[in-house]
Design a protein around this ligand. Structure first.
Ligand code: HSE
Length: 437
């Protein structure tokens, strides 16, 4: 049988890895897919052929990606350009031309996935996006297929390798934020715009996708709460450690009686949890489901060949399904398109979590009582208090509170009142806390 012909858009970090993996493992991949898979046409403007093993096996390389999606010989397009435009136009054009699409572009899927999937369904083609979430970890397949028997209760994931690398280096080596970020960029982990990593936007793209396939709802990136790691200070990492916690940048989506919580923010988690020990650029996703209970997925969340691993696995899936009836393929968002529900995503103020609070207080009698009264009046129960001795020349002492679970709205009100106290200096640092039990 003729090999399946691939049009590859992008020969950067992931594109180069995809060429290497597809050519190096060609025989095994063909035995799995049932047909050979061949990159017949690629598109890239800037690339270094010396860095891409197997590039000589690509029949043709154009500098215009639209030429590839218009190439009538190409069966499947792999989109690895990233960004919103022209990626969206290219993917829609490929679909219009009856081609299947494999993409690692989480931003594109999170923002435009509903439109793209509708177009694909109308044309009877597949858009596969495993590489978009947690790099090489097959988490889309696990949630969409492996957990299909379950009601999913919540998902919590370390889904940005760059952010996890920064937090790990800050904790283990006391390194400076900017210095670690620069290194992550040099290693090819960071997004083209690294604010996507440190401000949580990249994680929010991925969480939006996970929430939709977990709970069967359309993609709603604009309703995903997003907070980055830029405000985390070395002292918070240390205090969290003293209290038995690690700070991780988590994406959390949870089904509650009132709707879905969908939030990305730094989070204290007990250090005894396996996921608390996921360090460096590694990712991990913890899924709580009603039948199987907790399952944990761990692996490289970024990088050339780890991400290529997911891209190529998607290509194999598409090839295996080429001759199947489009109506009987795995639905893009795990649930049949006409069975997606308009379940409500809760505003952040309505979500519920526990908290770590750090404040600087004048060292005088009664201050602690004032703060605990405000917390009590807001219905907030205190789990632990840590007060440090003031430094030799300092007039303020750091006080750390751990609280029980409470609505974000109550905590906002309490923090506003605490910050108005004369005895409190500056802003209260708030980090959300989850036991993940
Ligand atoms: N910038 C992303 C990360 C790459 O650091 O996880 C993988 O999506």
């Amino acid at each position: 049988m003729e090999p399946v012909k691939i049009g590859l858009l992008g020969l950067g970090t992931v594109g180069g890895g995809t060429v290497s993996v597809l050519t190096r493992n060609a025989d095994e991949i063909a035995r799995r897919a049932g047909r050979g898979i061949r990159i017949t046409h690629a598109a890239a403007k800037d690339y270094n052929p010396d860095l891409i093993k197997g590039i000589e096996q690509i029949d043709k390389i154009s500098d215009d990606a639209f030429v590839v999606v218009e190439d009538p010989d190409v069966d499947i397009i792999i989109e690895l350009i990233g960004g919103y435009s022209p990626a969206k136009e290219l993917v829609l054009k490929a679909i219009e031309n009856g081609k299947h699409v494999v993409t690692a572009n989480k931003a594109l899927i999170a923002l435009h996935g509903n439109e793209i999937f509708a177009a694909a369904q109308a044309k009877g083609v597949t858009v596969a996006f495993e590489a978009g979430v947690a790099g090489g970890i097959p988490i889309i397949k696990a949630v969409r297929e492996g957990l299909a028997a379950n009601q999913i209760e919540w998902i919590a994931g370390i889904i940005n390798g760059t952010g996890n690398y920064i937090l790990t280096e800050m904790r283990d080596k006391g390194r400076d934020f900017d210095d670690v970020l620069k290194e992550a960029q040099e290693l090819g982990y960071a997004e083209a715009d690294p604010t996507f990593d440190v401000e949580g936007i990249d994680a929010a793209h991925k969480l939006t996708i996970l929430g939709s396939i977990a709970f069967g709802m359309p993609l709603q990136f604009d309703k995903t709460y997003t907070e980055g790691i830029g405000k985390i200070e070395q002292q918070d990492v240390l205090y969290a450690g003293e209290l038995g916690y690690r700070i991780k940048h988590l994406g959390i989506t949870r089904k509650t009686a009132n709707g879905i919580e969908q939030r990305v923010h730094p989070t204290l988690i007990p250090e005894r949890r396996l996921i608390a020990n996921v360090d460096g650029v590694m990712n991990a996703v913890l899924v709580m489901s009603d039948a199987v209970g907790p399952t944990l997925y761990y692996g490289a969340g970024a990088g050339s060949e780890p991400t290529a691993s997911a891209v190529v696995a998607d290509v194999v899936d598409v090839v295996r399904a080429l001759t199947t009836d489009p109506e009987n393929r795995v639905p893009h968002l795990a649930f049949q398109p006409d069975a997606l529900s308009d379940i409500n995503i809760l505003p952040m103020e309505e979500t519920e979590t526990a908290y770590y609070l750090r404040m600087h207080a004048i060292d005088k009698p009664g201050v602690l009582a004032e703060v605990t009264r405000i917390l009590g009046d807001s219905g907030i129960s205190i789990e632990a208090i840590l007060q440090k001795e003031p430094a030799a020349d300092a007039s303020f002492v750091p006080i750390i509170f751990l609280t029980q679970r409470i609505k974000e709205k109550n905590m906002n009100d309490a923090i506003a009142k605490i910050e108005q106290l004369d005895a409190i200096d500056g802003e209260v640092m708030r980090i959300r806390m989850e036991t993940l039990g």
